[in-house]
Design a protein around this ligand. Structure first.
Ligand code: IVH
Length: 683
């Protein structure tokens, strides 16, 4: 790759075509075979389209081995090839992301169907274009017998064992006894699962994954199903392969309903719409929702709804005429690194942040991307001047996912973490076993002080309206506020003399401060900014102990009794409250008038089942299974899905099957509904 220039147009079309072919072949191999692409999709598509255009203009340049002439995808050594009974096609892509994209498709369909201009609008099924990998699931007599990747469309790879680890994919379809039913769909990874996986990789100091799609594709083609099981994958059904002995519904919409009824996951964000304007509205509605979806999509797929019309429309060489993928702006783009800054967080954590030449990605303009920590920055080897791939998907912070090594300017030097805090100059250290560097300045460091104040003032904590970063910057820089209690000692004068602060807004801040004094214990605990104590933990602590003094004085062994509090969190609480200056802050805040309702732990609602794990099975005489679960959980118990040695009770109703047998085998006590109700009443 090193001698090729990706971006300069070549004056000689033949040479340019050859260069493009070599580049596309290289990148397609990285993408399809190694699941480790070096280029964002949008960039690959651009090269592909350039070659297509060049070949259209100069047909004499077209060669049979041109990447435009076949679907790439090679079978990896070690996986068994599978010939698809019905080829797995691709779809045409509409890259015009405006409403025109949808209108163009509708025009093509209407022309191909030879519809008169005044003929009624065509009915379409609109659904999301999931960003994962296509999968063919073959069910015989309702049982999953084979799962295969798409491969080159004709021949894929047998990944049955791996697909069996995906909990969402039924191993047996409900109410289907068809001789053969092939279900097609997308295997993908949810964004939260992906973030969690990368978080774990980072903690272990392992290489992080680029994006959910590559991670899903890589996982599915692993040779060891046990490894696959550690990569949480999901699935959505969207199409049909070979069918025999099953009556296919008349429309695509009805087909998806039928899939759902069989127990297959089908995405709820889909609609049957009328004509181009129906498509446009769906594209816009899903575009607005894109960031809040739990998974990546790169567009919308439109399909002619009536299967009879689909047949009439038929295919071009590889793509059906009845479907199109209408894209959204790409979530990965290229840009350059202008600088690498180091930011200081509330707990002193130093985060290297790449300052980027502004780039439009995932629907917004991005100028910063986190590099997480030194290890990660070095592993990715991001340097000032580098051309990098930036990814922004959903509300996740933009990230640099890769560097184009051959675009690096000469003399670019490796990133090193400063040994001193860039804000206060205190030593910056990395503790053993930790990936992060921290400033040791504590509240001496103005960056940490600012972050601590902002954390305390945020909506989910003390909710001090108007106390944002601009004001906090000024208050700390002018040395008016050093500690949390200083906030409540602010007077109108001190505030009104600050930049851009009129009397009125100063008055508003004072009122907001006054209002924040009546708070709750969980908010106060969370607001203190104790390491590892998030909102949920703060709530659990408040519920468990009832009062702040009880939390502050609790020894480690009492702290770990709280739900979700492990040794690390417990130690962090102890460390915080063992420091005299932190207790002093708490006392001063109370003296300033902060208060919240408290209760003794004894007054808390009794939780008769706390610490007990139940499994529920069979039909109960009066309670639904979900009701029983809710009752158990409200009473502090846990409900598990399967019986193990850790199960305390099996709650069994009529027709209990294998779980009852298992409980008897392990000697787990079996109780009935009446007994459960008695336990609850006794609480
Ligand atoms: S339908 C003949 N529907 O996009 C139509 N594909 O290039 C076959 N994809 O390989 C595909 N979401 O992996 C269809 N709702 C959806 C889809 C979808 C994602 C992927 C699929 C396929 C590619 C088409």
């Amino acid at each position: 790759m090193d001698t090729m220039d990706l971006f300069s147009a070549d004056p000689d079309p033949a040479e340019r075509a050859a260069v493009l072919r070599a580049q596309l072949q290289h990148h397609a191999h990285r993408y399809y075979v190694l699941d480790d692409p070096e280029l964002p999709d949008a960039e690959y598509d651009r090269l592909f389209q350039e070659l297509q255009a060049l070949e259209a203009e100069h047909p004499e340049l077209l060669t049979p081995d041109s990447p435009t002439q076949r679907v790439l995808g090679k079978v990896l050594d070690g996986l068994t090839p599978v010939r698809h009974a019905v080829p797995m096609l691709s779809i045409d892509t509409e890259t015009d992301t405006t409403p025109e994209g949808a209108r163009n498709f509708d025009i093509r369909v209407r022309n191909a169907l030879k519809l008169a201009e005044d003929a009624p609008p065509v009915e379409y099924a609109a659904e999301l274009k999931f960003d994962g990998l296509a999968m063919n699931l073959r069910y015989e007599r309702g049982v999953l017998v084979l799962a295969a990747t798409r491969g080159d469309g004709e021949t894929g790879e047998d990944v049955t064992q791996n697909v069996r680890t995906i909990g969402q994919i039924p191993l047996r379809l409900q109410g289907v006894d068809a001789e053969v039913l092939e279900v097609r769909g997308e295997v993908y990874m949810r964004r939260d699962d992906f973030e969690r996986l990368n978080e774990k990789q980072r903690e272990r100091g392992d290489k992080t994954f680029i994006n959910p799609r590559n991670t899903a594709a890589g996982a599915i083609r692993q040779l060891d199903p046990a490894l696959v099981a550690q990569r949480p994958l999901s699935f959505f059904a969207y199409g049909l392969g070979e069918v025999s002995g099953w009556t296919v519904p008349p429309t695509h919409g009805a087909l998806l309903d039928a899939f759902a009824a069989m127990g297959l996951p089908v995405c709820a964000d889909r609609a049957v719409v009328l004509g181009a304007e129906g498509l446009v509205a769906f594209h816009a509605a899903m575009g607005a929702k894109r960031d809040s979806l739990p998974f990546d999509i790169d567009g919308i797929v439109y399909k002619v709804n009536a299967l009879a019309l689909q047949q009439q429309l038929g295919f071009k060489t590889r793509e059906p005429r009845w479907a199109v993928a209408h894209k959204y702006p790409a979530q990965e783009q290229l840009t350059t690194v202008l600088a690498i800054d180091v930011q200081v967080g509330r707990t002193g954590k130093l985060t290297p942040v790449a300052k980027l030449a502004p780039v439009f990605v995932g629907g917004v303009t991005v100028t910063n991307a986190t590099l997480h920590n030194e290890l990660e920055a070095r592993r990715k080897d991001v340097r000032v001047g580098d051309t990098v791939i930036v990814r922004r998907a959903g509300d996740v912070i933009p990230e640099v996912v890769g560097v184009l090594a051959d675009k690096r300017p000469a003399g670019a030097s490796e990133f090193t973490m400063p040994t001193q805090c860039p804000v206060c100059g205190s030593a910056a250290v990395r503790e053993e076993g930790e990936a992060d560097h921290r400033c040791t300045g504590g509240l001496f460091c103005s960056a940490q002080r600012k972050q601590a104040l902002l954390h305390f003032a945020q909506r989910r904590a003390l909710d001090i309206e108007g106390l944002g970063d601009k004001l906090v910057d000024q208050l700390v820089d002018a040395d008016v506020v050093r500690t949390l209690p200083d906030l409540y000692r602010l007077g109108l004068n001190a505030l009104a003399t600050l930049d851009r602060m009129a009397d009125k807004s100063a008055q508003n801040v004072l009122e907001a401060l006054e209002k924040s004094k009546q708070t709750t214990l969980p908010r106060f605990l969370f607001g203190l900014g104790i390491r590892h104590v998030g909102e949920a933990t703060a709530k659990a602590l408040a519920r468990h102990f009832g009062s702040l003094d009880a939390v502050m004085d609790a020894p480690l062994e009492q702290l770990v009794e709280v739900d979700d509090v492990g040794p690390v969190v417990a130690q962090s609480l102890r460390t915080f409250f063992d420091q005299a200056h932190n207790r002093e802050v708490v006392e001063q805040l109370r003296a300033c008038g902060l208060s919240w309702p408290e209760g003794a732990p004894a007054e808390r609602a009794p939780t008769p089942l706390s610490g007990l794990t139940f499994v529920v099975t069979g039909t109960l005489p009066t309670l639904g299974r979900e009701d029983a679960k809710a009752l158990i959980e409200t009473a502090g118990g846990k409900v598990a899905g399967s019986v193990s040695k850790k199960t305390h009770y099996l709650l069994a109703g009529a027709e209990a099957g294998s779980k009852l047998a298992k409980a008897q085998e392990l000697g787990v006590p079996v109780i009935d509904e009446a007994r459960l109700l008695a336990m609850l009443a006794a609480g």
